[in-house]
Design a protein. Structure first.
Length: 170
């Protein structure tokens, strides 16, 4: 297993940074290698990514989500990874965004990329691009303020108008 952690101080209010991070469909605008993300359920995302010659499609479950604090996920199947992004207010107009990812490289290409620091650089660059993206816009493109605990959306958790259905996964 490999662990990557990177932080960036972003010059927007914590609410703006957090709200933008919940707009998974916008990730291709600032994350190199992310081709598409769909959110078929409130606690489930479907990703299409590309790293070098490898394209991956996978589902990721949002395990925990607390507004203006954190989003934690884990993949379902390969590639095996999990992570947490946290938001810490430094002042009214600045937030530290920290991304921590744990992943298991699979196959020669992924292991070689891990050894060469390709994924580590990509994570740092993506966080820098997020900073540039949201600071350049000055405001979020949307929000999802519900609370997720144990992969379940908590009723009455502050989500006024859900953007996506929360169908049972069971």
């Amino acid at each position: 297993m490999s662990i990557i952690e990177a932080s960036s101080d972003v010059d927007v209010p914590i609410r703006v940074a957090y709200n933008q991070w919940t707009q998974f469909e916008s990730f291709p605008r600032f994350m190199d290698g992310v081709r598409r993300i769909d959110r078929p359920q409130s606690s489930m995302t479907h990703w299409v990514t590309r790293l070098g010659p490898m394209t991956h499609e996978f589902d990721a479950e949002i395990v925990e989500q607390r507004p203006d604090d954190r989003v934690t996920w884990r993949s379902l199947g390969r590639p095996v990874h999990s992570g947490t992004v946290t938001f810490v207010e430094l002042d009214e107009e600045c937030v530290r965004v920290t991304l921590r990812i744990t992943y298991e490289p699979h196959g020669f290409v992924e292991r070689a990329g891990d050894a060469l620091g390709v994924v580590r650089r990509r994570v740092r660059d993506d966080l820098k691009s997020f900073k540039e993206y949201i600071e350049g816009q000055g405001r979020e493109t949307g929000e999802w303020r519900g609370t997720i605990s144990d992969s379940r959306v908590r009723p009455n958790s502050g989500q006024k108008h859900p953007q996506v259905p929360n169908w049972p996964t069971g």
